[in-house]
Design a protein around this ligand. Structure first.
Ligand SMILES: *Cc1c(COP(=O)(O)O)cnc(C)c1O
Length: 303
């Protein structure tokens, strides 16, 4: 796996009188792509440069992040440990993590930090040099990945002589969100960046984004962070018939797989946001952050 090329951006449809474009980060050419591939590729550069020979990370049973990390570790023949609050999971992501030969250690949610420390220490005792990747690829390296992705968006605008008024995407840990805002600050742009929360509520959700930006830039303009928690639909992984309908519609009408935990929830949230805020006649960019294995899980459980 080498440095990725810019991912495709193209026009998909009209929503509420707006033109919606999509950026296909789900098509990053590594293990079903997604924002975790973009972030992990930078973490693995650090791993290579630092001469680490084991990788430790954290994620739920359905985690896209764990799939990517386990795959990149296996490719390099590095030992990989996944700490997870979920013992059992039938998700395709978990099955792939197992296929990549990662060692999964499950523990109670309140024991995560201790378990991570224990695993790292036991690897060191065995003479290994472990590298820890925060859950979801959170932190400055993850932020950097989407600060760089912003350049791809600018390039598209320049080549196609248009400006996006809004950027929407699924916001979880807020790292993708933070990176995009850092890109915006770098260019002094005016567009609105709207993260549709898939689980976290405010004020915490927004605060984490603000903290990530401050960590990375050394300052933060609160007005540029719009973390919207109105479309959570009850919590992480939960979805309603509107989300299900959106997933079906996008696949049937455009051949684009969205999932019920992240991108489908965010796209449906964006649709509602545009209506509720009476936004019309704008250029909208939706970033498809991946999660295709979860689309497949959804499909199997819905038929
Ligand atoms: C992890 C994930 C997100 C959320 O990204 P954050 O940077 O954690 O906010 C969105 N979409 C998909 C498909 C993901 O796997």
């Amino acid at each position: 796996m080498e440095i990725f090329q810019p991912t495709q951006i193209y026009k998909v449809e009209c929503l509420n009188g707006n033109t919606v474009y999509i950026k296909r980060d789900d098509l990053l050419p590594y293990s079903f792509g997604g924002n975790k591939a973009r972030k992990a590729s930078l973490f693995f550069k650090e791993i290579e440069v630092g001469g680490y020979n084991a990788v430790v990370t954290y994620g739920s049973g359905g985690s896209n992040h764990c799939r990517i990390v386990a795959n990149m570790a296996a490719e390099r023949k590095l030992i990989c440990h996944i700490i997870s609050p979920d013992t059992e999971s039938n998700s395709l992501n978990r099955r792939m993590v197992e296929m990549f030969g990662a060692k999964i250690t499950s523990c109670a949610v309140d024991k995560v930090a201790d378990t991570i420390d224990n695993v790292i220490n036991s690897l060191k005792k065995c003479g290994l040099k472990p590298y820890f990747i925060p859950g979801g690829g959170h932190g400055n390296i993850g932020t950097h990945a989407y600060d760089l992705a912003y350049d791809e968006i600018k390039q598209y605008e320049f080549e196609n002589k248009l400006t996006f008024d809004f950027i929407f995407f699924a916001s979880g840990t807020g790292t993708t969100h933070a990176g995009l805002v850092c890109g915006l600050e770098r260019y002094g742009d005016k567009k609105q960046i709207v993260g549709i929360s898939i689980a976290r509520k405010n004020p915490r959700g927004k605060q984490v984004v603000l903290n990530s930006i401050t960590d990375y830039l050394g300052y933060c303009n609160e007005d540029h962070v719009n973390f919207d928690d109105n479309y959570i639909c009850g919590g992480y992984g939960l979805h309603n018939t509107f989300i299900d309908h959106t997933i079906c519609r996008m696949m049937i009408e455009h051949g684009i797989p969205l999932d019920s935990t992240y991108t489908g929830k965010a796209y449906a949230g964006m649709e509602q946001y545009l209506k509720e805020h009476r936004i019309c006649g704008k250029n909208i960019l939706f970033i498809h952050t991946g999660g295709t294995p979860i689309f497949c899980d959804w499909l199997v459980s819905n038929t």
